[in-house]
Design a protein around this ligand. Structure first.
Ligand SMILES: [Zn+2]
Length: 284
């Protein structure tokens, strides 16, 4: 079930304006590093076209509910389904659907999530799809990075950006830190991890016995390479920002150095939990 709470506010304003002026394009490229907002906004647009409520789109009427739960005959979603790439076989059904008229509404909607994962063959198939605006269809590609989309495809779409400045700078910081765009997209909501990192950082500086328990919890939470990198990124960030008001600067500097050493251990494939244990035991 898609949650309309996740929509991008400014992007939705932009699309509503286009809708009111009958200027909705037939293909969009949503650039969203996290993909979540982009996808929710795509569904929002389908709801806008089909909603039967007075406050369109309300997200609660029968039409909206069918769309958001993936049960509307005019709304199609192509997604990775656990695979590494989006193949031509996944795009082909859209071509077959393209010639058909909408079953219920005035438009059909084709959404392609992780569009940066389209194979070359799938990209080319898609190109044909974007070139033939025979039926009333809106195709929305959602990708975490515009550069990974074939220029020929990109040039046929209207680009809508979902970065905000804060996220944008975080995104580039994470890239700089060595996470790739897939790992960043895969991180999702990091507020939980951030909170645990903050506790650990503070417990370390206070030499609290809680630190070793915290480490255990963190190791359970960060169970993928991307989130493990993120933990070290976040801990170093706290040390760099000196977030503790009553901070002992010397201790903070020691901690920062040790964090860098432990992160090197992590990067050379030492078990993540062991790296954190080492951090706690060594920092006293
Ligand atoms: Zn509705």
């Amino acid at each position: 079930m898609i949650d309309l709470k996740n929509i991008g506010k400014t992007q939705v304003d932009f699309l509503r304006d286009a809708y009111n002026h009958d200027k909705i394009a037939h293909s969009y490229l949503f650039i969203d590093p996290m993909q979540e907002k982009g996808l929710a906004t795509a569904y929002w647009l389908a709801c806008l076209f089909n909603c039967t409520g007075t406050n369109k789109p309300d997200g609660t009427c029968n039409e909206c509910q069918r769309i958001l739960s993936g049960n509307h005959p005019d709304v199609f979603l192509v997604k990775l389904e656990g695979k590494q790439t989006l193949s031509i076989d996944q795009v082909r059904p859209l071509k077959e659907e393209l010639s058909k008229s909408p079953v219920e509404g005035t438009r059909r909607f084709f959404f392609i999530e992780n569009a940066d994962k389209l194979t070359l063959a799938a990209n080319n198939a898609l190109l044909n799809l974007l070139e033939e605006p025979v039926a009333p269809v809106v195709t929305i590609l959602i990708a975490n990075n515009a550069n990974q989309i074939l220029p020929t495809v990109r040039s046929r779409t209207q680009i809508v950006n979902f970065y905000d400045e804060k996220e944008d700078s975080r995104y580039s910081k994470l890239l700089e830190f060595g996470l790739n765009s897939d790992e960043i997209a895969d991180l999702g909501d990091t507020s939980n991890l951030e909170q645990e990192c903050k506790y650990l950082y503070q417990e370390l500086l206070e030499n609290s016995d809680m630190a070793i328990v915290r480490v255990h919890k963190l190791a359970g939470l960060a169970n993928k390479p991307g989130s493990q990198k993120f933990v070290f990124y976040q801990l170093k960030q706290f040390a760099l920002d000196k977030i503790d008001k009553y901070i002992n600067l010397e201790k903070n500097a020691q901690l920062l150095q040790l964090l860098m050493d432990c992160d090197k251990m992590r990067a050379s494939n030492v078990n993540f939990h062991n790296c954190l244990d080492y951090l706690v035991l060594k920092f006293e």
